[in-house]
Design a protein around this ligand. Structure first.
Ligand SMILES: Nc1ncnc2c1ncn2[C@@H]1O[C@H](COP(=O)(O)OP(=O)(O)OP(=O)(O)O)[C@@H](O)[C@H]1O
Ligand SMILES: [Mg+2]
Length: 228
């Protein structure tokens, strides 16, 4: 944490989204950041606060994680050990579905895949958007602008605004090791997966932070905006 921070209570984040989401079509907020930074938790918090504020269901989450390639596909292409890397997602599917979600008139259904962490596989049509006027898409590589990484660079222009949720490297390292152990790995395997795969991905993602409109970090139970 630097000294140049401003506390951003949920009410202020909600106000920011509502003030911007007057674009005549479904508004798309992106939340990017390294693995285990807390993107899913922040997305749920924003969605629930937006819906509570509106008194109806106006917001839903469109997770980038729904576009994980299946374990069978990753195994066949020798990428299973690197699951979570930029080339282990169906990036064209994400791009195409996000574009459709943004342009389909509110009220017409758009199916979005979710990710089931219990089985580590995507669930097709895990969530259906229809009357939602706000979509929150969250994931690691939303701000990637690297020609070597395929078409990720096309995502940014589909996001009306993109936030970056930062977290200290030692914090995400601990969370990732814990998560892998919960998923059935030994401590040694969990540490190896975190150091060899997750943290290099986190470093790649950290290099995309400057493309965000707002950088947040959770500290002492509250979100802070970090001056860049
Ligand atoms: N502000 C916070 N304070 C304490 N713990 C948190 C906070 N945010 C997230 N966590 C914890 O960190 C872990 C990772 O959070 P979460 O799943 O939301 O991260 P993520 O960025 O979505 O990860 P991934 O990229 O792998 O999907 C969870 O156990 C969550 O409860
Ligand atoms: Mg998540």
């Amino acid at each position: 944490m630097t000294d140049a921070t401003v506390v951003m209570p949920m009410s202020r984040l909600v106000e920011r989204v509502l003030n911007a989401a007057v674009c005549g079509r479904r508004y798309v907020l992106g939340i990017a950041g390294p693995p285990a930074a807390g993107k899913s938790r922040l997305s749920v918090g924003i969605r629930d606060a937006l819906n509570a504020h509106a008194g109806s269901v106006i917001a839903e989450i469109a997770p980038m994680d729904g576009f994980h390639l299946s374990n069978a596909v990753l195994r066949a292409s020798g990428k299973l050990a690197r699951k979570g890397g930029p080339d282990t997602f169906d990036v064209s599917g994400y791009l195409e579905t996000l574009s459709r979600l943004r342009s389909t008139p509110v009220g017409e259904p758009v199916a979005w895949p979710t990710f089931d962490r219990a089985i580590e596989e995507p669930t097709p049509s895990g969530v259906i958007f229809d009357r939602h006027t706000i979509a929150i898409t969250e994931g690691n590589y939303l701000l990637l602008d690297d020609l070597r990484s395929g078409s990720w660079s096309g995502i940014r222009k589909l996001l009306d605004e993109c936030w970056y949720l930062d977290a200290d490297r030692n914090v995400i390292e601990k969370r990732l090791v814990r998560r892998h152990i919960r998923g059935g790995m030994t401590l040694a395997a969990a540490k190896a997966k975190t150091r060899q795969s997750d943290l290099p991905n986190a470093d790649l993602i950290a290099a995309t932070k400057s493309r965000a409109d707002l950088v947040l970090q959770a500290y002492n139970g509250r979100y802070h905006a970090i001056a860049q």
